[in-house]
Design a protein around this ligand. Structure first.
Ligand code: NAD
Ligand code: GLY
Length: 364
């Protein structure tokens, strides 16, 4: 089975990301290579399980695992302690001990974050294999070991770093991903190009239509390049001491939009898209990025069909939403600014410096 491999280098916690197309039936053998466990718990959500759950289970059984499929309801609401508790219970009732079970997270970022969190915390850590099926999960959330759940006070506030043993990407699974979710995942692809790789950005400008049509000639190379960028960043700064913060480009305002909309009607990638355009414009205002940077970024996001303008909320509301961002330190936020397409840096700014009076228009 032909796959490309990207390695995440983290000493003893290093692992491969293996990418291919039509490779889902090979997942069992690959998990076997990376695990001594006897049981596999496949965590998924109904829309993903319906397409791929049986195939993954069959492949794991063929590789000698006793397999249990475990479903949580679809959507962000499943990323919570109650679902984690159900999972702990299920595995403990089956007699799981530290070495016996591997969790296989089959789905988007919700399943990956929840499965990773349960793996990080049960017996203080059991192995997890990420099998991402959304574009966002393939290029971003399945790589890097951030796991977590949401609590009433905010998203991702309870979590742990726990690297997977393996990330298995079958690009063919994107064929069943809803179009809006595909577009939202593209925001993270554009983000990687904008902060790290002008060449990738130029390729997207040339070939984004083929990419959105999942043309294999561009899909796999772009997935691989994105995983490589994420792997490089994470390998150099696993715990977000500095460099990894660049991956939060567009997230300060993006999170604010999601919060102000109460996480309804706006997808994470859509928030990030609006936040990136704002951040690029602000980078120009701060004299960091050359004029035209925002225009180029916005034109690409527009072509993808992502929203680029911040919704109409009062400046006060935005400032409040930015200020509760957990990335705030000593009243300053590590705002990710562009130096140009392909280069980014963090700038410590107060919320009112991120959103000066007047930038949202006179009436706000
Ligand atoms: P998601 O997991 O909810 O998936 C989006 C939707 O697509 C769901 O309805 C899901 O059922 C469906 N889906 C996924 N793959 C499919 C497929 N192949 N076919 C048909 N339907 C499919 O959301 P997401 O956008 O993948 O992830 C968002 C989550 O990721 C958020 O909770 C966010 O906080 C988290 N995240 C984590 C990190 C990290 O580093 N850990 C990074 C970015 C985002
Ligand atoms: N998605 C941001 C990070 O993994 O750090």
């Amino acid at each position: 089975m032909s796959t490309r491999t990207v390695r995440v280098s983290l000493g003893k916690r290093s692992y491969p990301i293996r990418l291919g197309r039509g490779t889902l039936d090979g997942v069992g053998a690959a998990v076997r290579e990376h695990s001594d466990a006897t049981r596999a718990l496949v965590l998924s959500v109904p829309p993903v399980d319906a397409h791929y759950g049986a195939r993954v289970a069959r492949s794991l059984r063929a590789a000698g695992f006793r397999v249990k499929r475990f479903l949580v309801p679809d959507g962000e609401r499943s990323k919570r302690l109650r679902q984690a508790e159900r999972l702990y219970g299920e595995m403990l009732d089956q007699g799981a001990d530290r070495g016996s079970t591997v969790i296989v997270a089959l789905g988007g970022g919700v399943v990956g974050d929840l499965g990773g969190f349960v793996a990080a915390t049960l017996f203080r850590g059991i192995p997890v294999v990420q099998v991402p099926t959304s574009l966002l999960a393939m290029v971003d959330s399945s790589v890097g070991g951030k796991t977590g759940v949401n609590v009433a006070q905010g998203k991702n506030l309870v979590g742990a770093f726990h690297q997977p043993s393996l990330v298995w990407i079958d690009a063919a699974t994107l064929e069943t991903l809803p179009a809006r979710q595909l577009r939202a995942g593209m925001a993270e692809v554009v983000k990687h190009a904008a902060i790290w790789d002008e060449r990738l950005f130029r390729r997207l400008e040339r070939e984004v239509d083929a990419l959105m049509a999942l043309d294999p000639a561009i899909l796999l190379p772009v997935l691989e390049r994105n995983c490589r960028i994420k792997a490089q960043v994470v390998s150099r700064d696993e715990r977000e001491g500095g460099l990894r913060m660049l991956l939060n480009f567009g997230h300060t305002l993006g999170h604010a939009v999601e919060a102000l909309r109460q996480y309804r009607g706006v997808l994470h990638g859509e928030g990030v898209s609006m936040g990136m355009v704002y951040a690029a414009a602000h980078s120009e205002r701060l004299g960091l990025a050359p004029e035209g940077t925002r225009e180029r970024l916005e034109a690409l996001l527009d072509r993808i069909g992502l929203p680029t303008a911040l919704p109409r909320f009062e400046r006060r509301a935005y400032l409040r939403a930015i200020s509760v961002d957990k990335k705030k330190r000593d009243a300053r936020i590590h705002f990710v600014a562009l130096r140009g397409i392909g280069r980014a840096e963090t700038v410590p700014l107060k919320p009112e410096e991120i959103l000066p009076a007047g930038v949202l228009g006179k009436s706000r």
